[in-house]
Design a protein around this ligand. Structure first.
Ligand code: SF4
Length: 117
């Protein structure tokens, strides 16, 4: 059995996920369907939205905040961070600009969350 806190909404339900004999999962403690889905994903394919910053050249700030435009597998986070650390954006950067189109082969883009002039 695994116990995790659901992070889908601020309520933070305490979930207990048990694998059944036929390979399915029972999730208890969730107040809604989204929590059940989150609990199952946490034990089968945990994913996260990754937030970080990238270097900016010629701008009013030296780094620009960024996030992935969707959830990526937790197992890919270090690979994603290596790509992020190797990227330098050229100012101006506009919020929503795609700085990496397919980060670490996940099919997910890395986008700017702040404009840098
Ligand atoms: S189970 Fe539902 S209500 Fe509880 S934290 Fe997750 S999303 Fe929110």
């Amino acid at each position: 059995m695994r116990e995790v806190i659901c992070i889908v909404c601020p309520k933070g339900c305490h979930l207990r996920i048990e694998e059944t004999a036929n390979g399915d999962y029972n999730v208890s403690g969730a107040s809604c369907e989204r929590g059940i889905e989150y609990g199952i994903n946490e034990v089968t394919n945990p994913v996260r939205v990754l937030t970080s910053t990238v270097k900016v050249e010629g701008g009013s700030l030296v780094r620009c905040p960024v996030r992935t435009d969707g959830s990526i597998p937790k197992s890919k986070i270090f690979e994603c961070m290596e790509e992020i650390n190797n990227v330098t954006a050229k100012a101006p950067v506009t919020v929503g600009d795609v700085l990496i189109e397919d980060i670490a082969g996940t099919g997910i883009a890395l986008i700017a969350t702040r404009s840098v002039s």
